[in-house]
Ligand binder design. Structure first.
Ligand code: ASP
Length: 304
C-alpha cells in the first residue's frame, strides 16, 4: 500500500560479509558505492523500489570484484552455479532462482520468476529455460569467468587455502517514495560447494524478505548458518519490536548466529518502513553503501 505522504527514499547495498584481502579493499568499496549511485538515480526519478534494487545489484553482478554474476566463485567441479532473489513488500510477491548455470545477470531471471510466473523459486534447467524463453540473461562461461575465481578455486583444490568465510555475495534493499520496499540479492554461493548446493540467498525469509510493516532485509555469509536461523525474517521481526534499535538488534543476531556456527561470517542489511537502517555483520569485513534521499551516498568497509 502506498504511503499517503512522500517518503524519503533509502537504498542500502552490501558486497558480502567475507574476508576481503587488502588489495581488494578499494575495489569493494568503489563497487558498492557505484551500486548505490545507480539505485539512487532510480529512486530520485520517483522510480520503484524493485527497479532501484535491481539496478544496484546489476552493477555489482557486472563488477568482477564480487561473488555474483561476473566474478562468481566456482563450485567443486569448477562450474558456476548462481542463486538470486527479489521480493517486494507491496504484494509480498517474490521470485528466486537457484543453481542456474554461468549467467551474468541472475537477478533479472529472479525478477522474471516474480513478474511472469505463478511461482516463487525455479531451479537449474527450468530457470534457464524461462530466461531463454524471455530472452533474458547473458549466459556462458565467458560471461562470468574471472582469473580471481580461477585462482581461488585452484588454491582450494590444491590444498593451499580454505574455502571458508569468503562470502562476497551482493544485495540491496530499497525504500521508495511511495513507501514500498524491496530486497534483492545475487551470489555464486560458497567457493568449492558441492554441485547442486543452495544457500540462503534464494530462500525467502532466510536470504531476503520484504514486508510493508516489517521492512526489507538481505543477508550474506555462510548460507547454511543463515538459513537455519531464517535470518532475514528474524532480523526484521526483532527490529520491529525495538523501534530505533535496528542496528543493535541486527548486530546482536549476526554475532549470536556466528558464535553458534563456529565463527561463520554472517551479515545483513535492512531498511524499515520509517527509513531506519541497519548494516550489521559478524565477520572480518563487510563492504556497504547507503544512499538516503538526495544526499551523496556514503560507503565503506566495515571491520570486525
Ligand atoms: N550467503 C551466500 C551463500 O551461502 C554466500 C555469501 O553471502 O557470499 O550462498
Amino acid at each position: 500500500m502506498a504511503s499517503p505522504v512522500p517518503v524519503t527514499p533509502v537504498l542500502v547495498v552490501h558486497g558480502g560479509s567475507g574476508r576481503i584481502s587488502p588489495e581488494h579493499h578499494t575495489a569493494a568499496v568503489a563497487g558498492t558505492h557505484a551500486a548505490a549511485v545507480a539505485g539512487q538515480w532510480v529512486l530520485r526519478d520517483a522510480g520503484r523500489c524493485e527497479d532501484a534494487a535491481v539496478a544496484a545489484v546489476r552493477v555489482l553482478e557486472d563488477d568482477p570484484a564480487f561473488n555474483a554474476g561476473r566474478g562468481a566463485c566456482m563450485n567443486h567441479d569448477g562450474e558456476f552455479e548462481h542463486d538470486a532473489a527479489i521480493m517486494r513488500s507491496r504484494d509480498l510477491r517474490s521470485g528466486a532462482v537457484a543453481g542456474i548455470r554461468a549467467i551474468r545477470d541472475p537477478v533479472l531471471v529472479a525478477r522474471l520468476v516474480m513478474e511472469q510466473t505463478a511461482h516463487c523459486l525455479l531451479v537449474g534447467a527450468g530457470a534457464e529455460a524461462l530466461a531463454r524463453a524471455h530472452g533474458v540473461g547473458h549466459f556462458g562461461r565467458d560471461e562470468v569467468w574471472t582469473a580471481k575465481a580461477e585462482a581461488a578455486h585452484r588454491e582450494v583444490r590444491e590444498g593451499r587455502g580454505a574455502a571458508d568465510n569468503r562470502a562476497d555475495t551482493v544485495g540491496a534493499v530499497a525504500l521508495d517514495r511511495d513507501g514500498n520496499l524491496c530486497a534483492a540479492g545475487s551470489t555464486g554461493g560458497i567457493l568449492f560447494k558441492l554441485p547442486g548446493r543452495v544457500g540462503d540467498t534464494p530462500l525467502c525469509g532466510s536470504g531476503f524478505y520484504a514486508h510493508p510493516v516489517l521492512g526489507a532485509c538481505c543477508t550474506t555469509g555462510v548460507g547454511e548458518a543463515i538459513l537455519t536461523h531464517l535470518l532475514a525474517h528474524e532480523a526484521l521481526r526483532a527490529a520491529a519490536q525495538h523501534p530505533g534499535g535496528a542496528q543493535r538488534i541486527a548486530q546482536q543476531l549476526c554475532a549470536e548466529i556466528s558464535a553458534r556456527w563456529s565463527g561463520a561470517a554472517i551479515g545483513l542489511i535492512l531498511v524499515r518502513p520509517d527509513g531506519e537502517v541497519a548494516i550489521a555483520h559478524a565477520s572480518e569485513h563487510m563492504s556497504w553503501a547507503l544512499a538516503r534521499g538526495e544526499m551523496t551516498p556514503e560507503s565503506g568497509l566495515a571491520y570486525r
